[in-house]
Design a protein around this ligand. Structure first.
Ligand code: ADP
Length: 345
């Protein structure tokens, strides 16, 4: 997912300088370039998220039995947990077409119009980062989602007239890392909403084992366990660490990822025992030393680290919160005792 260095936050925004794109210990930040190769193709291949998948199966089954389009679906959760995966698997299960776009690339209704008019009957339109769609596009999509029509205004002033255009019945699947930033009217138009959680250790091990097979790489059980432990509950991270360990094992060994090579690879990449990397540890250190443990506002921390607040809020904080290393309070972020121990230990 490409992140733009923009301010979009709820606290102390003082419109500071633009940010450098962050890197972690000299490594590129996790990116989605390689996702396609390892992405599950069917719902049966999706590991974990058991409750969500069960509910989606019910919805799919009912949709097929009633011979209707799938109802609109909103997926939310931190990056790399499988929102795009589910959005691409569902149309495959239904045998319908899929179009993909994202909130930031829809700057005006005219950008959305071709997707709506191209949408074939029962097809799926996936809108990633839907919380970043501007208000004008949001208003334009309401009648499309509700009544399968768009209202197009032609001309200006006295000569202006509105044309109603009928669309094929279709489905919007929206994905967001910030469901809280969605307006209530947009959120309400999604009949189904699912929240994705971080993955359990065994689930990550299974993903790693399957993907090592796909990459035709030998991965020992101990190495899989080590990679899973340091994947921050996130399949995309697990895949990235697997690729790195594979490169390392190819360069330093015979290509087989043994527990020893996996450990060396993780060490070299600067991934610690909890899966934290340079940027995460810097966050904790800044909160501890510059802000004496907090409370500190997100933007103040972001400025000190020279990283966009969006990146911190989406990619760094969720896992630190999940591990109990920081807390979010009404007055700002606070370092916990565990957080302090982690950086001092
Ligand atoms: P998001 O859209 O939430 O940022 P993606 O769906 O792009 O995340 O997931 C990133 C990668 O992680 C996928 O390409 C896939 O290889 C892997 N992945 C995500 N969820 C799962 C899952 N439930 N089972 C197996 N692999 C998964």
């Amino acid at each position: 997912m490409v992140r733009e260095p923009v301010f979009q936050s709820d606290d102390d925004n003082d419109g500071g300088p633009p940010f450098d794109v962050p890197t972690s210990a000299g490594f590129p930040p996790d990116d989605a370039r390689h996702d396609e190769e390892l992405r599950p193709q069917r719902l049966d291949d999706v590991v974990g998220q058991r409750r969500v998948v069960e509910r989606l199966r019910i919805i799919l089954d009912a949709t097929i039995k009633r011979d209707e389009p799938l109802s609109h679906l909103l997926l939310d959760g931190p990056p790399g947990l499988g929102k795009t995966t589910l959005a691409t698997v569902l149309p495959k299960e239904l045998g319908v077409e899929l179009q993909i776009t994202s909130g930031p690339s829809l700057s005006a209704p005219k950008d959305l119009l071709p997707y709506l008019t191209n949408a074939s009957e029962r097809s799926v339109l996936f809108i990633d980062e839907i919380h970043r769609m501007p208000a004008s596009v949001e208003e334009f999509i309401y009648p499309a989602m509700e009544d399968f029509r768009v209202d197009i205004t032609l001309g200006e002033g006295l000569n202006a007239r509105t044309i109603n255009m009928k669309l094929q019945p279709f489905t919007v699947i929206g994905a967001t890392t910030r469901s809280g930033m969605l307006t209530a009217p947009l959120r309400d138009r999604f009949v189904n909403r699912e929240h994705l959680e971080f993955y359990e250790h065994e689930e990550l091990m299974e993903i790693l084992t399957r993907n090592a097979d796909k990459l035709k790489t030998e991965l020992s059980q101990e190495a899989a366990a080590e990679l899973a432990r340091r994947s921050r509950g996130t399949p995309r991270k697990a895949n990235n660490l697997l690729r790195w360990a594979r490169d390392y094992a190819t360069s330093r060994g015979d290509g087989k990822i043994t527990d020893k090579l996996a450990e060396e690879a993780l060490e070299m990449r600067g991934v610690d025992i909890r899966g934290l990397e340079g940027q995460d540890r810097k966050y904790l250190t800044v909160l501890s030393s510059v802000f004496t443990g907090g409370p500190a506002g997100l933007n103040a921390i972001a400025h000190t680290m020279n990283i966009p607040p969006d990146t911190l809020e989406d990619e760094v904080e969720p896992y630190l919160l999940q591990c109990g290393l920081i807390q979010r309070t009404p007055r700002g972020r606070v370092l916990t005792d565990d957080g302090l121990k982690h950086i001092s230990g």
